[in-house]
Design a protein around this ligand. Sequence first.
Ligand SMILES: [Fe+2]
Ligand SMILES: [Fe+2]
Length: 193
Amino acid sequence: MATTTNSEGKKKSTQQNGSNGERENGAMQSSQLMKLFENGLKDIYWAEKALIKALPKMIKKATSQELIEALEHHLSETEGQIERVEKVFGILNKKAVAKKCDAMEGLLKEGEGIMEECEDGSMMDAGIIAAGQKIEHYEIASYGTLRAFAETLGMDDVAQLLEETLEEEKLADEKLTEVALSAVNVEAAAEEN
Ligand SMILES: [Fe+2]
Ligand SMILES: [Fe+2]
């Protein structure tokens, strides 16, 4: 796979530069990448903490049992994801610091707006799924990038932790698609009767 070769190639050059410091330009690049990585980590830390507060509101508004269970499951996963981010800060020997994530703030605000406009029941459920999937896609993009940065920086243990969360986010997104499709099917069947 081209991606693997690529990231391993970069990793190799980072390690060389880090160890002998001969190529100043390369060393500078890796410290800049580290800075981007740390900023991204602070951003997603804030985002996950905001989600811990937002998910219960979505659960409260949801009607479909399948949707409620999916959201509850993801809420408990999110708690574990926060611990994983803290673990990553620990590996970096840094204090876990959250920096306001403008994107997540916007997504949550939009989600609240959607919920205000929805009537309770299947419309509300569809609105929650729509907002939830936008959130999951943002998280997938964030963790995908952070994992790639970690690989490039040669931090395999960190990359592994981020990979675990990335997989959970992807499954959460797939689950929401599944819930949406089954709701549509249930409604179609009801109409037929
Ligand atoms: Fe998350
Ligand atoms: Fe998520």
